[in-house]
Write a protein that binds this ligand. Sequence first.
Ligand SMILES: [Zn+2]
Length: 177
Amino acid sequence: MPTTNDQRLMTRIGYGFDSHEFHSGIPLRIGGITLAQDRGLSGHSDGDVLLHAITDALLGAIAAPDIGALFPPSNPKWKGADSSVFLREALKRVRDAGYGLANLDATLILAAPKILPHAAAICGHVAELLRVQPDCVGLKAKTPEGLNLENTAVAHVVVLLERTKRARNATSKRTRR
Ligand SMILES: [Zn+2]
Protein backbone atom coordinates (compact mmCIF):
# COMPACT_ATOMS: atom_id res chain seq x y z
CA MET A 1 0.00 0.00 0.00
CA PRO A 2 2.56 2.61 0.95
CA THR A 3 4.92 1.71 -1.85
CA THR A 4 3.44 4.03 -4.47
CA ASN A 5 4.69 7.12 -2.67
CA ASP A 6 7.87 5.52 -1.39
CA GLN A 7 10.72 7.47 -2.94
CA ARG A 8 13.44 5.53 -1.19
CA LEU A 9 16.00 3.61 -3.19
CA MET A 10 15.54 -0.14 -3.40
CA THR A 11 19.15 -0.79 -2.45
CA ARG A 12 21.92 1.19 -0.81
CA ILE A 13 25.62 0.41 -0.54
CA GLY A 14 27.84 1.24 2.42
CA TYR A 15 31.59 1.15 2.95
CA GLY A 16 33.53 1.14 6.21
CA PHE A 17 37.21 1.23 7.05
CA ASP A 18 39.03 0.96 10.36
CA SER A 19 42.48 0.31 11.76
CA HIS A 20 43.92 -0.32 15.21
CA GLU A 21 47.39 -0.85 16.60
CA PHE A 22 48.48 -4.04 18.34
CA HIS A 23 49.60 -3.82 21.96
CA SER A 24 50.62 -6.62 24.27
CA GLY A 25 48.64 -7.55 27.32
CA ILE A 26 45.17 -6.76 26.01
CA PRO A 27 42.60 -9.18 24.59
CA LEU A 28 42.31 -9.51 20.82
CA ARG A 29 38.70 -8.96 19.79
CA ILE A 30 37.70 -9.49 16.17
CA GLY A 31 34.07 -9.67 15.10
CA GLY A 32 32.93 -9.88 18.71
CA ILE A 33 35.06 -13.00 19.33
CA THR A 34 38.02 -13.03 21.69
CA LEU A 35 41.01 -14.78 20.12
CA ALA A 36 43.65 -16.29 22.38
CA GLN A 37 46.67 -14.10 21.61
CA ASP A 38 49.30 -12.36 23.70
CA ARG A 39 48.51 -9.01 22.12
CA GLY A 40 45.32 -7.27 21.15
CA LEU A 41 44.12 -4.13 19.43
CA SER A 42 44.09 -0.92 21.39
CA GLY A 43 41.37 1.65 20.99
CA HIS A 44 38.96 3.71 22.97
CA SER A 45 36.56 0.75 23.11
CA ASP A 46 37.52 -2.92 22.87
CA GLY A 47 39.40 -2.15 19.63
CA ASP A 48 37.28 -4.51 17.53
CA VAL A 49 38.45 -3.37 14.12
CA LEU A 50 35.96 -5.53 12.22
CA LEU A 51 32.86 -4.48 14.15
CA HIS A 52 33.89 -0.84 13.83
CA ALA A 53 34.23 -1.09 10.05
CA ILE A 54 30.88 -2.91 9.79
CA THR A 55 29.25 -0.25 11.96
CA ASP A 56 30.59 2.52 9.73
CA ALA A 57 29.51 0.67 6.58
CA LEU A 58 25.95 0.36 7.90
CA LEU A 59 25.85 3.99 9.00
CA GLY A 60 27.35 5.15 5.72
CA ALA A 61 24.78 3.24 3.71
CA ILE A 62 21.98 5.33 5.21
CA ALA A 63 24.08 8.52 5.26
CA ALA A 64 23.99 8.63 9.08
CA PRO A 65 26.76 10.17 11.20
CA ASP A 66 29.76 7.85 11.56
CA ILE A 67 30.86 5.82 14.56
CA GLY A 68 33.21 8.54 15.80
CA ALA A 69 30.40 11.10 15.76
CA LEU A 70 27.88 8.82 17.49
CA PHE A 71 30.31 7.39 20.03
CA PRO A 72 33.08 9.98 20.50
CA PRO A 73 36.39 8.56 21.78
CA SER A 74 36.53 11.60 24.07
CA ASN A 75 33.53 10.24 25.99
CA PRO A 76 34.83 8.00 28.83
CA LYS A 77 31.57 6.07 28.59
CA TRP A 78 32.93 4.22 25.56
CA LYS A 79 36.29 3.34 27.07
CA GLY A 80 36.64 -0.45 26.90
CA ALA A 81 33.08 -0.73 25.60
CA ASP A 82 31.88 -3.88 23.86
CA SER A 83 31.74 -2.82 20.21
CA SER A 84 28.57 -4.82 19.61
CA VAL A 85 26.82 -1.85 21.27
CA PHE A 86 27.90 0.33 18.31
CA LEU A 87 26.85 -2.31 15.82
CA ARG A 88 23.41 -2.71 17.36
CA GLU A 89 22.80 1.03 17.22
CA ALA A 90 23.82 1.12 13.55
CA LEU A 91 21.53 -1.80 12.78
CA LYS A 92 18.66 -0.13 14.59
CA ARG A 93 19.15 3.00 12.51
CA VAL A 94 19.20 0.94 9.33
CA ARG A 95 15.93 -0.72 10.28
CA ASP A 96 14.34 2.55 11.34
CA ALA A 97 15.23 3.91 7.92
CA GLY A 98 13.30 0.99 6.42
CA TYR A 99 16.21 -1.13 5.22
CA GLY A 100 17.61 -4.55 5.98
CA LEU A 101 21.04 -6.03 5.39
CA ALA A 102 21.26 -8.12 2.22
CA ASN A 103 24.89 -9.10 2.59
CA LEU A 104 28.26 -7.96 3.86
CA ASP A 105 31.77 -8.49 2.55
CA ALA A 106 34.80 -7.84 4.74
CA THR A 107 38.55 -7.94 4.28
CA LEU A 108 40.88 -8.03 7.25
CA ILE A 109 44.56 -7.16 6.82
CA LEU A 110 46.83 -8.28 9.61
CA ALA A 111 50.13 -10.09 10.00
CA ALA A 112 48.93 -12.42 12.77
CA PRO A 113 47.11 -14.41 13.94
CA LYS A 114 45.85 -16.47 11.03
CA ILE A 115 42.13 -15.78 10.68
CA LEU A 116 41.12 -18.84 8.69
CA PRO A 117 40.83 -21.16 11.71
CA HIS A 118 38.54 -18.60 13.36
CA ALA A 119 36.66 -17.43 10.27
CA ALA A 120 33.59 -19.63 10.77
CA ALA A 121 33.23 -18.54 14.39
CA ILE A 122 33.69 -14.87 13.49
CA CYS A 123 31.22 -15.00 10.58
CA GLY A 124 28.71 -16.90 12.70
CA HIS A 125 28.92 -14.39 15.50
CA VAL A 126 28.74 -11.37 13.21
CA ALA A 127 25.73 -12.92 11.44
CA GLU A 128 24.06 -13.43 14.81
CA LEU A 129 24.71 -9.81 15.82
CA LEU A 130 23.28 -8.63 12.49
CA ARG A 131 20.45 -11.19 12.55
CA VAL A 132 21.24 -12.57 9.10
CA GLN A 133 22.24 -16.01 7.86
CA PRO A 134 25.97 -16.82 8.11
CA ASP A 135 26.22 -17.04 4.31
CA CYS A 136 25.37 -13.33 4.17
CA VAL A 137 28.70 -12.54 5.83
CA GLY A 138 31.84 -12.81 3.72
CA LEU A 139 35.23 -12.62 5.41
CA LYS A 140 38.65 -12.65 3.83
CA ALA A 141 41.95 -12.17 5.58
CA LYS A 142 45.19 -10.99 4.00
CA THR A 143 48.67 -10.49 5.35
CA PRO A 144 49.99 -6.96 4.80
CA GLU A 145 52.49 -7.81 2.05
CA GLY A 146 54.56 -4.76 1.28
CA LEU A 147 52.40 -2.47 3.36
CA ASN A 148 54.68 -2.19 6.38
CA LEU A 149 51.75 -2.80 8.71
CA GLU A 150 53.15 -5.52 10.97
CA ASN A 151 51.78 -3.82 14.06
CA THR A 152 48.37 -2.85 12.74
CA ALA A 153 45.09 -4.54 11.91
CA VAL A 154 42.96 -3.06 9.15
CA ALA A 155 39.39 -3.84 8.13
CA HIS A 156 37.51 -2.90 4.95
CA VAL A 157 33.79 -3.67 4.76
CA VAL A 158 31.06 -3.18 2.20
CA VAL A 159 27.39 -3.77 2.92
CA LEU A 160 24.36 -3.91 0.68
CA LEU A 161 21.03 -2.84 2.13
CA GLU A 162 17.62 -3.71 0.70
CA ARG A 163 14.52 -1.67 1.21
CA THR A 164 12.06 -3.36 3.50
CA LYS A 165 8.87 -1.76 4.68
CA ARG A 166 8.26 1.90 5.26
CA ALA A 167 10.76 3.85 7.29
CA ARG A 168 9.69 3.86 10.91
CA ASN A 169 9.91 7.61 11.20
CA ALA A 170 8.23 8.33 7.89
CA THR A 171 5.09 10.38 8.27
CA SER A 172 2.18 9.31 6.16
CA LYS A 173 0.26 12.34 5.01
CA ARG A 174 -1.31 10.66 2.03
CA THR A 175 -3.45 8.12 3.79
CA ARG A 176 -6.63 9.49 2.23
CA ARG A 177 -5.47 8.67 -1.23
ZN1 LIG B 1 37.99 1.31 15.58
